[in-house]
Design a binder for this molecule. Structure first.
Ligand code: SAM
Length: 335
């Protein structure tokens, strides 16, 4: 029963992420006309503090940037890409891509999460005309597994526990969906921290093996991955963050092997990825977000706690990597 409570607490982190996103949208940091359809009405009116809004903005900006670069390189290579989002929660990225300029270069978008999360998301999608029309004509969209899963030509919502041995769950979930010769991007947005390092590693290795074993020359699959997570929890601020979550019954077991940003690329180098890099959100905000964007968001709200913001952004990072890349282009993705 303790595990069940702990899993419920982990699932709850998705509502936090969705509410933070909605708050950042309402304040004008982000544009996302889909998130409101995925947040329960009773929770709609809760604005988050400026510091959280800025953090949400930098997180979203960074991942959007990497995903767009990935898709635009796929586009140049005339190979539509596949995206698999693990622990996708209430993420709206599929809808944003599918209604934007890159839709034609997206072959498949699969989202995996606990069944308790996918069943709710499937229901929200069915209830919202704005979300469901993006999936295609109704006759091509179907619920499966008693409403836990949803399938459409491009978008697939699939229930699972990502801590289980990947070879037991992933072949039946993804086998019919993924093409081994299409460039494929894995998204782990704030999910690996909740899993043991072994479980995360097994998950990544399964994808490496899947694409490696089915690579057919001259068309090998190319694998990319993006991880967003907390790290550096060993210092005093990290301890505060950890204790906060622990008081909510959430353990950050997956963050513990990463005391510094320099250690984060190990997430991928241990699987022999050909390229792997990591940057903190603070570095991305200070060095890579275009100045006019920074000026625009700083005009939205008063932010007094700049030092505290930097302390928080110092403890979150984006790590990305590329494997099995036969071209130099994808290895240059990112900053
Ligand atoms: N990726 C989304 C985002 O960034 O907005 C959601 C992030 S939320 C903090 C973490 C998500 O990972 C939750 O939806 C949770 O249910 C999911 N998750 C965590 N552990 C999981 C597991 N073992 N199996 C499946 N999903 C998991």
């Amino acid at each position: 029963e303790r595990t069940q409570d702990a899993d419920a607490a982990i699932r709850q982190t998705d509502s936090d992420a969705a509410l933070a996103r909605l708050s950042a949208v309402k304040k004008g940091y982000l544009t996302d006309s889909f998130i409101g359809h995925l947040v329960p009405r009773s929770q709609l009116q809760l604005p988050r503090p400026p510091l959280i809004n800025v953090g949400t903005y930098v997180r979203s900006y960074s991942i959007d940037h990497l995903v767009e670069e990935w898709i635009s390189i796929s586009k140049q290579e005339h190979k539509p890409c596949q995206i698999v989002s693990l622990g996708a929660g209430s993420d709206t990225r599929f809808w944003r891509i599918a209604t934007g300029p890159y839709n034609d270069y997206l072959r498949v978008y699969a989202e995996l999460d606990f069944p308790e999360v996918t069943v709710k998301k499937a229901m929200s999608i069915r209830k919202s005309k704005q979300l469901s029309t993006v999936l295609g004509p109704p006759e091509n969209v179907s619920l499966a597994q008693g409403g836990l899963a949803l399938r459409s030509p491009k978008y697939h919502l699939l229930p699972c526990d990502l801590r289980k041995p990947p070879s037991e769950i992933l072949p039946s979930l993804l086998g019919d969906i993924l093409s081994p010769s299409s460039p494929t991007l894995l998204l782990f947005e704030c999910v690996l921290v909740y899993m043991s390092p072994e479980a995360s590693s097994n998950l990544i290795q399964w994808f490496v093996d899947y694409f490696q074993s089915s690579a057919v020359s001259p068309n090998p699959g190319v694998l990319g991955a993006i991880v967003y997570e907390m790290f550096g929890l060993q210092d005093s601020f990290g301890q505060v963050m950890m204790n906060n979550l622990r008081s909510r019954n959430v353990s950050l077991i997956g963050a513990l092997p990463y005391p510094s940003v320099q250690t984060l690329p190990e997430r991928f180098t241990r699987h022999n990825f050909t390229m792997s890099k990591a940057l903190t959100l603070r570095e991305i905000r200070e060095k890579f977000i275009p100045k006019p964007e920074l000026a625009r968001i700083s005009a939205l709200e008063m932010l007094d706690e700049v030092e505290e913001l930097n302390l928080v952004l110092d403890h979150y990072a984006i790590t990305w990597g590329v494997d099995l890349d036969p071209t130099p282009e994808l290895s240059s993705v990112g900053w």
